[in-house]
Design a protein. Sequence first.
Lengths: 363, 339
Amino acid sequence: MTHKFIEPKAPPISDRSVVGWMRNNLFDSPLNTALTIIIAYVLLQFIPLVLDWALFSATWVADSDACKAGSGACWGLINAKWRFILFGTYTYDEHWRPFVGMLILLGACVGSTIPVFWKPMRLLLLWVVSSVLLGIIMWGGIFGLSYVENTLWGGLPLTLIIAVYGTLFAFPIGILLALGRMSNLPAIKSFCIFFIELIRGVPLISVLFMSSFLLPLFLPDGVNIDKLLRAQVGITLFTAAYLAEVFRGGLQAIPNGQFEAANSLGLTYWQSMRMIILPQALRLVIPPTVNSFISMFKDTSLVVIIGLMDLLGTVKSVIKDPEWRIFYAEGYVFAAAIFFFFCYSMARYSAYLEVELRKGEGH
Amino acid sequence: MKVLKTLAVASALTATAMVGAVSADTVDDVKKKGFVQCGVNGGNLTGFSSVNDKGVWEGIDVDVCRAVAAAVFGDASKVKYTPLTAQQRFTALQSGEIDILSRNTTWTLSRDTKLGLNFVGVNFYDGQGFMIKKALGVKSAKELDGATVCVEPGTTTELNLADYFRANKMAFKPVVIENMNEVVAAYLAGRCDVYTTDASGLASQRMTSVPNPDDHIILPEIISKEPLGPVVRHGDDKWMDIARWSMTAMVEAEEKGITSKNVDAMLKSNDPGIKRLLGVTAGLGEALGLDEKWAYNIIKQVGNYGESYEMHIKAKLGLDRGVNDLWTRGGLMYANPAR
């Protein structure tokens, strides 16, 4: 037995300086050192080329001859065509309307991410009000706004409308399908299984294709279902089927004790689902849910198949202009940047949401 | 038995629905709804149908629809456009989603018969050709034995290429690339000796995508016939007449020297043919079930065929009239007499 105090030691070296971080993370073994050096070399070769192409040698004026004379990227393409790329065939003099519409839609989305709005009635109110405003501004026909039919809508607002309303409707349908699939009622259960498997068994592109080519042949003459509606319904049902399986995964991860506890409290099926099971199950599956939404956001570009001009459609259209077509790479880079912005925002929000919801767990 | 009965009723209904769509009276339909629903190329084919920076459709295919609208309503702007892909186009017409298809469609026997469609006429004569680097010294397609050929996969382009080489007992190596921009890039990078597509496409590519147009030549041989024209449904003769004579009126106007600028002055002309066409002497409009001003409105608002060609094909693609010139100047454009 020792009677002496242990001498206090210096605190462990916590080197938070840049050099220290590099020593710990980039050069901590011969293999890592070698990899670091190789990657740094490749980046050093590559980055100046990209920067030179995208910035220093780029041409910004909207003149294709100036672009052909220059050696770098031709952002003049975007400069000349941005209004068509963003708003498509929407009446030219009224382009402020889809712009405002887009702000309303994005505002509603951002609003829904703030915990203050996380009450069913508040959310419902938020979306009803903003949807009505969106409809008024996009369609017009009242308050002195001229009527613009939705076959003329295009570009980014169209992409956002399809994606946002697809998300909005697919979520509840997906929950119902997941619950239905796990239900004890045979009719509901088999319907849900049939629906989910049918939709998952065919590619989205063929669903859109059928809805736009085969459906009209079987409809009586003169009955024509709106194209935008067809696309919206197709994409919503598609996403719902995939989400249903994600949610089912969440439901199956809930221990049986939770169901039994809910039953022993005398809660009805819907009460126990709403108050006990779903809040836990949905929280578990945030990453795959957002995954589905991101993939759906990108799938919206398939609506080009049925003649809707979404963001990618307008870009593809612009780069077929003979005057500009050799600068197609710039068009795609522009579209990719916009898609990346939205998809990355969704991914970051999902990460925030996971942390935020875990705070309440208390352990 | 009951199942069979249900099936029979269902299929009968389906059949009627399909026949119903096909035999509907398009003229009345169009007049009732107040606009012509026109199927165009959704792929932005400059010169034929494309959307300009202001979101407005233009091109010679678009002008056909505008002419029909001018004839029916006296207003060329009463057209709504449905952008279509190559696969979509015929179904869209059969199902009644559009009233007329004006989407650079080649008139062939099987399309005219099997699909339940009628071709109205030809508004552009195209054909498949070859572009090659001048430095190779090739003067004729007959010298292409053993060449590597860049081609876009498609229904007829690839087929015509194979047919032509087989018929001339020559060998070739195809380089098949889906995207137009990439095919041209591959050709310019030297991945193939020759690039083949429709002559109108070759000319516009040479003018706009090739750094030194003078280093490339288009060989004289045209290896296929691609008469492009608008299409309507079978069994809808009144509508077909209107579409056909709207197109004819544009060519006829060019033959007679009537343009959108001088059409008002031409109303005072003494030429009986012009008087009939412009409705000064009544009769033609009534025969078509239209206003007597039908052709006047087409020429005033859309222009004659030559004006349409100059504005869209010549100005945008740099393509000369060639076979699309009037017959009096050695081309194929010939207006059947409007009398």
